[in-house]
Design a protein around this ligand. Structure first.
Ligand code: OAD
Length: 247
């Protein structure tokens, strides 16, 4: 591991344009459970029953009761951890340009990153399913489920459900950020959900180094990634930043 930390520090020091692709694992040290694996959300719930657009359309109250209310409580309390802060430092050092995140928790922005593409939308806002009016999630009154718009339409998270398209602008900008970088950090994603999992492939084909940080192997490991640093994102990022300071 020490060798890989040093290698990542040297690769980052040499890189000119870094893009990061992040997933649920980067927020797990902030107390937000991931989707897959042990303790993951999809161990407790069938995503097709609560996170598919058809489920939301069929029974929005159920989706709110089972998924959204709990998520709101968790996200409202969560704070950036050392991995988010490490990426913010890399932006300050003018290394990291763009983060493509599959997360909807907004923690990269709280940590201080300014160019964050929210590939799966955001939980910071709810929008009316009838008139599209947007409401800040933290101000939405959840004493009655599902909460409603002033037009009486039901509110839904401004996030991408299974079966929905990735917002066109997020898709276009992510492809660009993947094509333009010379190093991509892939942090805390199982890399099984498309099209997000294509971004490291696009970066690799454009000539970038791919560095993965994850306690587990993923489909990218040994195929697309140059190397995997096995460990928790917060701890690994701290050690990489420390090692960069010694170069
Ligand atoms: P997953 O839950 O699929 O994967 C989380 C990854 O984080 C796994 O590979 C874990 O090994 C890793 N992990 C766990 N703890 C970690 C830690 N402390 N540090 C670093 N890595 C850690 O989450 P995503 O890949 O983000 O989509 O899932 C992609 C999409 O699937 C989500 O955006 C969501 C979900 O269904 C939608 O809702 C549309």
């Amino acid at each position: 591991m020490d060798d890989l930390i040093r290698r990542a520090a040297e690769d980052l020091a040499a890189a000119k344009r870094v893009t990061a692709l992040t997933g649920a694992g980067i927020s797990s040290e902030s107390g937000i459970p991931p989707f897959r694996g042990k303790g993951g959300l999809w161990e407790r719930f069938d995503p097709m029953e609560i996170a598919h657009i058809d489920a939301l359309t069929r029974d929005p109250a159920k989706v709110w009761r089972v998924l959204v209310k709990e998520m709101k409580e968790i996200v409202d309390r969560a704070k950036p951890n050392n991995a988010h802060k490490g990426l913010a430092k890399l932006e300050k050092q003018n290394k990291l340009k763009t983060i493509i995140t599959q997360n909807i928790d907004g923690l990269h922005q709280v940590a201080g990153n300014t160019d964050v593409i929210e590939f799966h939308g955001s939980f910071a806002w709810q929008r009316c399913m009838v008139c599209d009016k947007k409401y800040e999630t933290r101000k939405v009154d959840v004493s009655e489920i599902p909460p409603r718009c002033e037009c009486s339409g039901i509110l839904r998270p401004d996030a991408v459900f299974f079966g929905e398209m990735i917002p066109t602008d997020a898709m276009r900008r992510s492809r660009q950020a993947a094509t333009d970088c010379d190093l991509m950090l892939v942090v805390g994603t199982s890399a099984v959900v498309q099209p997000a999992a294509m971004m490291p492939v696009i970066a690799k084909n454009a000539g970038a180094k791919i560095v993965e940080i994850n306690p587990e192997r993923t489909p990218l490991t040994n195929e697309i990634s140059d190397y995997l640093i096995m460990g928790k994102a917060g701890e690994v990022m701290n050690r990489i930043i420390e090692a960069m300071e010694k170069i």
